[in-house]
Every structure is written in structure tokens, then in C-alpha cells.
Design a binder for this molecule. Structure first.
Ligand code: URA
Ligand code: CA
Length: 444
């Protein structure tokens, strides 16, 4: 079948065969489909959808389009986690060292950089002086095996079909399609080679999917498809209706992770990190339920093991591990500017995408692919939904650098804050847990 025939078949809403899906993915990898044919196919998939069988096929074809990591040299269960993208979402930096404290389980993870208004783990780790996130395969495996955690950048050889298709989706209005998002995320996770993957699917004003319903549907689709590929996938659907932590920006988020591991900081960021970690321990078969896993991980904070593991991990990847005891060694912004509230009221909403974009225009993220990040800049929230703010009170502090667009950051933050005379309850942190057994909605 020619590319045109395959596109026509999907355009008419018919089911594609394994060979047709493989031809499309090969076309994206070796150029045998032109960009306009790939784009037309993406639009047809977007509009007509795909059956579970087609989505599994697409996922596996994309996973096999490039290098597949063989992690068998690392002893124990290899685990990974993935977030669909958040703001102040530093859970990996907290749960990775805690998981590494548990015997028989290793976190060997490939991460990405910030995307849109969301932060990326690689950019955060690079805020630590000396930290190397471009490890060779051999070094990556050696550190994961010895320390229990290693984290490196995703190589260009991993799922090259996704890189091609993602770039086209980004500019052809075909990002928000369940089979396309599912195959994009899962193909990279499968090629990265872990046994157990926990997905953190965000919901709210800073999330990929616009509604809770859609976020749960995405979680269900990814878990269902993921578990048909021979790995253990599960997902938490968690809140992104406000930044998860209070700190947004690369060095700032590393600092919040360190403060959380040291036991000094409590709150939603810690809670979600522990629940995701607990879910990982359960999926790996080390505990009966996620709550029990979360308790074990919390005990690693209390004993100081987690913080010590963080230092070991940083040192193994060439970073200055003294930041763990002295977070002031992290890069610091030149200026701090308090944002004062014009009115009094209860915080009723925080537009999280706008807050992420404010950090981005300060220099914490990129507007163009080649932009250089300032690790020091960002912002620290002083208020969360449900808190009372008095007129003239500081509700957020901007950390500003030489290249920051301060006016735009101020304007975005102004728009992001909504006040009300009536107190709103805080949004629920965890909406649902999805695993092979089904979907468990969290009450309350
Ligand atoms: N992140 C990805 O890697 N792919 C998508 O399609 C969406 C978010
Ligand atoms: Ca992402």
C-alpha cells in the first residue's frame, strides 16, 4: 500500500493492519513518508482515533524505531516514572533517592528538558554545579547499579519516530489525541527498558489534558496499552490546578527537593512524591499497597537516609554534593522582587500554565529550542488556593536575572491570581489510581 492508500484508509475511519502501521512508523523514521503525508496521517488519526490493538501496534513500532536499552546488567527491579508535565513538579528529585534507599529496586531513568510552560528534570539537575546529565550508557548502568539511582538525558537514538512525529504534531494541531499521546509517551518508556513504570497524569489549569475526565481517560488508556506490551504500568491522576511545590525554577526546585528530603518542608509536593514512590514499590512487588510503600519512603526521610542518598547520587554524577547540606551553594538570582496583592481576599484560583510561563519568561525555561536557561531564576509562591491574602501582602516572590522579562512575568502573575470573598476548599491532590485491576477514585 502506498502512503496515500494508508492515509485514505484511516481517513475513512477503518482499522489499520500491523503492516500499515509499521509502514507509517518506518516512513517517519527513514523519510519514506514525506512530512505532508505524515502530517495528513496524524490528522486522520486525530479525527478518527485508533482501536486499542492499533494503539499497541503504533506504540511498539515507535518503541522499536531506534535504540532499545538493555538494562539487564543492573541488578534488581528497574523502575521509571513519568509525569505528563507540571509546574513546581519536582517529585522525581524527591522520590528517586528515596526509592534508591530500598533494597532490590533501582531507578534508572531517562528524562527530558522543560516543555512549554512545564519544567524538566534534566534542566533542574543541571542547576547543581558540576552535575553531568549526559552519561555514557556504561556509566549510567554502573551508577544505577551501585547507587540505586541514575538519571541521564534521553538520547537521540531513542524512539526517533516519536521525535519526528512530535515535532510535526506540535505545529499541525494534532497534539491532544489519546492514541498519539499514549504512543508518544509509552514508546519512549518502553525503549528506555524499565520493568515498572508509574505515570503521573496531571489534571487542572497547568495540565496537558483540559479536564479531569480527559486526564483519567488518558491514564486509563496509557495503563491499558502499557500493560499489553509486557511491562507493569500504573498511573496516578494528580492535581495541577496550582503549582505542586511552592518553588518554580530550576535551582529553586532543587532546593525545595533538598528541604523536603531533609524533613524541613511538608505539604503537597512531599505527599504526591511519597504516593508516587509508594505506587512504584507496590508495582515492583515490594509491598502490598501503595500506602505501606509511602510509609517506608517517609521513614527514609526521617532517618536521614534519603538526603544522604541524594548526596551520593549527585557525587556519582559529578555534581557538588555539598549543596545537600548547604543549599545556598546553588545558583542564586541577582534580585528578589515581592509581588504585593492589590486587594484582600481568599485565593480562589491560580492559573498554573500562566505561572509556569512567568517562570519561563524570567529565564527558567525556553521560548525557542536554542534558548539558554538561567538556573537561578524563577519564583516562590507564598499562597495556595484557599489561603487569605491581605491588600499589600506579598503573595509571590520573583527571582530575577539579567535576561528576565520582568514586565511580562508581572503581567502573567497578575492574571494568574484570582481572589474571592468566599473561601474555596483546596483542590484534591490525588484524584485516582489506575492499574491493571482498574480505576480507583479517591474520595474526599
Ligand atoms: N509528552 C510526550 O512526550 N508526548 C506527548 O504526546 C505529550 C506529552
Ligand atoms: Ca513531559
Amino acid at each position: 500500500m502506498s502512503p496515500g492508500d494508508i492515509i485514505m484508509k484511516k481517513r475513512l475511519g477503518q482499522t489499520l493492519s500491523r503492516e500499515e502501521i509499521r509502514a507509517f512508523v518506518r516512513g517517519a523514521t527513514d523519510g519514506s513518508f514525506a512530512d505532508y503525508q505524515l502530517s495528513a496521517m496524524l490528522m486522520a488519526i486525530c479525527i478518527q482515533g485508533m482501536s486499542p490493538e492499533e494503539t499497541v501496534e503504533l506504540t511498539m513500532a515507535m518503541a522499536e524505531s531506534g535504540e532499545r536499552m538493555d538494562l539487564s546488567a543492573i541488578r534488581g527491579v528497574k523502575v521509571d516514572k513519568h509525569s505528563t508535565g507540571g509546574v513546581g513538579d519536582t517529585t522525581t528529585l524527591i522520590l528517586a533517592p528515596l526509592i534508591a534507599c530500598c533494597p532490590g529496586i533501582k531507578m534508572a531513568k531517562m528524562s527530558g528538558r522543560g516543555l512549554g510552560h512545564t519544567g524538566g528534570t534534566l534542566d533542574k539537575l543541571e542547576a547543581i554545579p558540576g552535575m553531568n546529565v549526559g552519561l555514557s550508557r556504561q556509566r549510567f548502568m554502573e551508577i544505577a547499579d551501585r547507587i540505586g539511582v541514575a538519571l541521564t538525558g534521553q538520547s537521540a537514538e531513542l524512539a526517533p519516530a516519536d521525535q519526528k512525529l512530535y515535532a510535526l504534531r506540535d505545529v499541525t494541531a494534532t497534539v491532544d489525541s489519546l492514541p498519539l499521546i499514549t504512543s508518544s509517551i509509552l514508546s519512549k518508556k518502553i525503549a528506555a527498558g524499565c520493568d515498572v513504570v508509574v505515570l503521573d497524569v496531571k489534571s487542572g489549569s497547568g495540565a496537558l489534558m483540559p479536564t479531569l475526565e480527559k486526564s483519567i481517560e488518558l491514564a486509563q488508556t496509557m495503563v491499558q496499552i502499557g500493560n499489553r506490551t509486557g511491562r507493569r504500568f500504573s498511573a496516578l491522576v494528580t492535581d495541577m490546578d496550582q503549582p505542586l511545590g511552592l518553588y518554580v525554577g530550576n535551582a529553586l526546585e532543587v532546593k525545595e527537593a533538598i528541604l523536603t528530603l531533609s524533613g524541613a518542608v511538608q505539604g503537597p509536593l512531599k505527599q504526591v512524591s511519597l504516593m508516587l514512590g509508594g505506587q512504584i514499590l507496590q508495582s515492583a512487588g515490594l509491598v502490598q499497597d501503595a500506602k505501606q510503600g509511602a510509609d517506608i519512603l517517609e521513614s527514609k526521610i526521617k532517618s536521614g537516609e534519603g538526603l544522604k542518598k541524594m548526596a551520593q547520587w549527585i557525587q556519582a554524577q559529578g555534581g557538588d554534593e555539598r549543596v545537600v547540606e548547604e543549599p545556598d551553594r546553588l545558583p542564586k538570582a541577582g534580585r528578589e522582587i515581592d509581588l504585593l496583592s492589590a486587594q484582600s481576599g481568599y485565593v480562589s484560583a491560580l492559573n498554573t500554565a500562566m505561572i509556569g510561563n512567568a517562570a519561563r519568561v524570567l529565564g527558567a525555561g525556553r521560548l525557542k529550542k536554542e534558548d539558554i536557561i538561567d538556573p537561578a531564576v524563577g519564583l516562590v509562591m507564598k499562597k495556595r488556593i484557599g489561603d487569605f491574602v491581605k491588600a499589600g501582602e506579598c503573595w509571590c516572590t520573583l527571582h530575577v536575572g539579567a535576561a528576565s522579562d520582568l514586565n511580562q512575568a508581572r503581567s502573567l502573575m497578575d492574571q494568574a491570581l484570582s481572589l474571592s470573598p468566599i473561601r474555596q476548599p483546596a483542590p484534591r491532590l490525588i484524584h485516582a489510581v489506575v492499574d491493571a485491576q482498574g480505576t480507583h477514585y479517591i474520595e474526599g
